[in-house]
Design a protein around this ligand. Structure first.
Ligand SMILES: NC(=O)c1ccc[n+]([C@@H]2O[C@H](COP(=O)([O-])OP(=O)(O)OC[C@H]3O[C@@H](n4cnc5c(N)ncnc54)[C@H](OP(=O)(O)O)[C@@H]3O)[C@@H](O)[C@H]2O)c1
Length: 291
């Protein structure tokens, strides 16, 4: 029997990667989206859509009709905890057997008292487990895709980042998508908590050196104190909650857990996780030099 899967956060970084990985599997996939026209542009015309909003629980209940397994993914904003509580209540009323949740990075969960998103994800994990369904929690490390947000600085050959030379096992969101696709579609439960990391722990100095090699121009890492990062992000027009989130997380990178690597990608997908070099080679055009 073909599995029916619902992917929430479908237009987001992990949601899109999950949809893409599910194309290789013999499953029926439905994307839960807020804006069908925008979703069709982002995902292609051939994706089956159910329209709704996390804040509209009835729309979630409707979208879950006939669904066997659901991916719970949403953004980082301060509404996330309530959105995922709403998803948990709707799932408890559905016939879905399995829930796969994209949670926070392992350090943000361990230090949930110091990171708002870690605390929100932990609360959502508890609420989803309380549904009594099979729950697979994916705790990915920092996404390589975050470097794309620094294209403006990289255009000027600069890579600002946290001071103290912390090491982080950055993960390509495409690998997270492959892991979540496997966790949704495989009959065997792959584990209750999957810490998903890239293959190597790198400092921002290392990343700048790899960018130098891949982009063919000298990229310099500038370590920045938290106050400098705060002022820089605010000057770029980032909302206050996002700035606090970035600062809270970068303060945790000195924990050696941020550098740990796991075999989750290899074990669930049969492929080694992408290196940052391979990620950057795919994204050379996203880092043009200043004209
Ligand atoms: N970035 C990292 O380094 C990192 C590391 C570890 C964990 N994480 C976690 O990974 C998770 C997924 O991140 P991501 O980068 O894939 O997120 P994202 O790109 O910001 O995508 C968020 C998704 O949620 C949808 N969404 C937002 N509000 C919604 C609402 N009210 N109703 C329905 N859909 C809504 C968005 O839809 P629209 O297109 O309609 O806006 C979008 O599809 C986050 O919870 C984050 O905490 C991130």
């Amino acid at each position: 029997m073909t599995l029916n899967l619902l992917v929430t956060g479908a237009t987001g970084t992990v949601g899109r990667a999950t949809l893409s990985a599910l194309r290789d599997k013999d499953v029926h996939v439905v994307a839960f989206v807020r804006d069908p026209a925008r979703a069709a542009r982002a995902l292609g015309q051939d994706v089956d859509l159910r329209v709704g909003d996390f804040s509209d629980e009835a729309s979630l209940i409707e979208a879950l009709a006939g669904i066997d397994a659901v991916l719970v993914a949403s953004g980082n904003d301060p509404g996330m905890r309530e959105q995922q509580f709403s998803a948990a209540r709707a799932i408890a009323r559905s016939e879905a057997r399995r829930v796969v949740k994209i949670s926070g990075s392992p350090v943000s969960i361990v230090h949930a008292a110091r990171a708002r998103t870690g605390a929100d994800h932990l609360a959502a994990e508890v609420a989803l487990r309380a549904t009594g369904r099979e729950v697979v929690v994916i705790r990915p490390n920092v996404f390589m895709q975050n470097f794309l947000d620094q294209a403006g600085a990289v255009a000027h050959n600069a890579l600002p980042g946290p001071d103290g030379a912390p090491r982080v096992s950055f993960i390509d969101a495409h690998d997270i998508g492959r892991v979540s696709a496997a966790a949704l579609a495989e009959p065997e439960l792959p584990g209750e908590i999957l810490e998903v990391t890239g293959p190597e722990a790198l400092t921002w100095f290392d990343v700048a050196a790899i960018m130098t090699e891949v982009l063919g121009r000298p990229i310099t890492h500038y370590p920045a104190a938290p106050e400098v990062i705060r002022q820089g992000l605010l000057a770029m027009g980032r909302p206050a909650w996002q700035v606090e989130h970035a600062l809270q997380l970068s303060a945790l990178f000195t924990d050696p857990r941020a550098a740990e690597t796991t075999d989750a990608v290899q074990r669930l997908t049969g492929r080694a996780p992408s290196t940052i070099k391979a990620f950057l080679e795919r994204h050379v055009d996203d880092f043009p030099p200043v004209a």
